[in-house]
Design a protein around this ligand. Structure first.
Ligand SMILES: [Fe+2]
Ligand SMILES: [Fe+2]
Length: 158
């Protein structure tokens, strides 16, 4: 069986994030907070590992550099919105939910650009072998970010 390429790994995680956003749309109160926490655990290490491993490789290629730079800026907007949501709790006035909706739209747009523009451009220049190696490097980086977050949470809990 062929090894997974980076595009397959990222696509699977995009689907998981999209599913969590769907569940979050229906959720309220403590359940919404719990789903938001799970969403961040998926989304943040995904974005950091894309930036650390995948985007630097795509930036080397003239055809993919512009859309990748755009992706980096979109990650920053997503981070800002997550920080705003972290500073609030789900409430009755609906602002928290409205921000979650904007975040879902922003992430949806970003994923469409990655899968619809960035990955097809990268595929023109990145070899299959290299795309398999990127998948391995990405997974290692993502898991190490997840480990860092857990260690921070342990420290904070002490
Ligand atoms: Fe992504
Ligand atoms: Fe991304």
């Amino acid at each position: 069986m062929a090894k997974p390429q980076i595009y397959d790994v990222l696509h699977r995680e995009h689907e998981e994030v999209s599913e969590l956003f769907h569940q979050l749309e229906e959720a309220k109160g403590a359940e919404a907070l719990e789903l938001f926490a799970r969403l961040k655990q998926k989304l943040v290490p995904h974005a950091r590992a894309e930036e650390a491993v995948v985007y630097p490789r795509f930036l080397e290629e003239q055809n993919a550099a512009d859309i990748t730079r755009e992706g980096i800026e979109e990650h920053k907007q997503v981070d800002n919105l997550i920080a705003e949501l972290d500073a609030m709790t789900p409430d009755n006035d609906g602002v928290w939910k409205a921000k979650v909706k904007v975040l879902a739209d922003m992430v949806g747009h970003h994923v469409d650009e990655e899968e619809g523009e960035m990955f097809p451009l990268a595929k023109q220049v990145v070899s299959d072998r290299e795309a398999e190696q990127l998948a391995e490097d990405y997974a290692r980086e993502r898991d190490s970010f997840i480990e860092d977050i857990r260690a921070d949470q342990r420290d904070a809990a002490e």
